[in-house]
Design a protein around this ligand. Structure first.
Ligand code: URA
Ligand code: CA
Length: 434
């Protein structure tokens, strides 16, 4: 087989065979296929797309390009959730304990974040003593015992994806549905998921700016999952404004506790119940989505979800007293309000920019080397559609430096207040179950 022939085949819009796709991925990963040939192939794929069969083959070739995590030692159906990313997205922190309380095994491998706020691990490390540096054996044991554990990223998973993504980034081929869908799905499958729930974000703060594009990506991923034997469902949710009120590590842990307590922000609660229902249903712990949702509401009401969070934190060395006393979480030295400059309604929130403001305070990493300040961030008081009076606070900045003029300026530019009354955007656009 020669790469040049396969590039030509894709250029002329013919379907590649299983062997041909495997040849490309294996030989690109081991360095035998040079970047210039892979670039040409990626661009041909960008223009001509891939068939359903090719997408499934590409995904599995990427899964098999490196190590995979074997979770067979854990009882039950391992359902993983993936979000395409957003600002102040506290869902992972809530969903873990929430579904674990219904005996759905949550075996989460997680990374540190780059950008707006930390990743799930950074957020959890806002709890004193909590560690993800546990052995694989301990990890499996904890999931079997408590139904939930988180371990730091280990192993060389999907090296093909890492190399391809780096090349796509500099060849204008990131924005291709088959390439994005196979990239995301390969990582979930390599991490051991039996079933997958996807939260595909749409809106200003998301990768997919329109609901139509988000739906297309979601359907592509659901099809891949179902074609490779992993039950997959997707929710298309709004990211035209941050989710919940809190953006920042300790602040989001507190928000997660409130939500597990039944006192969380409405949008965050609703999204967690929706995604959670899919997880419980796919794990076969309920026979319908409605039943799954009822069961989730029950474990919030009877305290079992909160109890699962405590057990989880304590089992990994964390100070579980934060659950009953959120004041034990790190707090910032200054709380600075952002008063509205005029009467009106919040028309628009530029989620990305609000995330950047949180990063400027120290809540996220600008580079891999940056050190995160776990205490700082932003708590919104107003969201799209809310009425505001001049002088009333739009949000509270939690900072460890007194002068935050540049952050304030960015925030004023990211929250548009005007006289027209606007409706809050719908949180969930649609969902895809098959
Ligand atoms: N996120 C991924 O993991 N892969 C892509 O290709 C795009 C976004
Ligand atoms: Ca939040």
């Amino acid at each position: 087989m020669r790469m040049v022939d396969l590039i030509e085949k894709k250029r002329d819009n013919h379907e590649l065979t299983t062997e041909e796709i495997k040849f490309i991925i294996d030989n690109f990963t081991n360095g035998s296929i040079p970047d210039y040939q892979m670039s040409a192939f990626l661009m041909a794929t960008f223009f001509n797309g891939m068939t359903e069969k090719e997408r499934a083959e590409l995904t599995m070739a990427m899964v098999n390009s490196g190590e995979t995590i074997d979770l067979h030692g854990i009882e039950g159906i391992k359902v993983d959730k993936h979000s395409t990313g957003g600002v102040g997205d506290t869902t992972t922190l809530v969903l873990g304990p929430l579904v674990a309380a219904l005996d759905v095994p949550v075996a989460k491998m997680s990374g540190r974040g780059l950008g707006h706020t930390g990743g799930t691990i950074d957020k959890l490390e806002a709890v004193k003593g909590f560690t993800v540096e546990i052995t694989k054996e301990k990890f499996m044991e904890l999931v079997n015992k408590n139904k939930i554990a988180v371990i730091g990223q280990t192993g060389n998973l999907t090296p093909a994806d890492k190399k391809m993504y780096a090349l796509r980034d500099v060849t204008a081929t990131v924005n291709s549905i088959p390439l994005i869908a196979s990239s995301i799905m390969s990582k979930k499958i390599a991490a051991g998921a039996d079933a997958i729930v996807l939260d595909v974000k749409t809106g200003a703060g998301a990768f997919m700016k329109t609901a139509k594009d988000a739906e297309e990506l979601a359907q592509a991923m659901v099809n891949i999952g179902n074609n490779v034997g992993r039950n997959t469902m997707a929710v298309i949710s709004d990211m035209s404004q941050p989710l919940g009120f809190a953006i920042g590590n300790a602040l989001e842990v507190k928000e997660a506790i409130d939500t597990l307590n039944g006192n969380g922000p409405e949008d965050l609660t609703e999204l967690c119940l929706t995604l959670g229902s899919f997880m419980v249903y796919l794990a076969k712990k309920a026979s319908s989505l409605e039943e799954a949702r009822e069961k989730l509401e029950e474990v919030i009401a009877n305290g079992k979800a909160l109890e699962a969070f405590k057990t989880f934190l304590a089992s990994q060395g964390g100070d579980a007293s934060v659950v009953d006393h959120p004041s034990h979480l790190p707090t910032a030295s200054y709380m600075i309000e952002l008063p509205a400059k005029e009467d009106g309604y919040v028309q628009e929130m530029i989620a990305d920019e609000i995330g950047t403001a949180a990063m400027m305070l120290g809540a996220g990493r600008a580079t891999k080397e940056s050190v995160i300040d776990l205490a700082v961030g932003i708590v919104l008081q107003k969201k799209i559609g809310d009425a505001v009076k001049k002088g009333e606070s739009l949000l509270t900045i939690h900072s460890n430096t007194e002068n935050v003029d540049n952050v304030k300026e960015l925030l004023y530019n990211s929250i548009i207040v005007g006289s027209n009354k606007v409706e809050a955007p719908p949180l969930i656009h649609t969902h895809i179950t098959k």
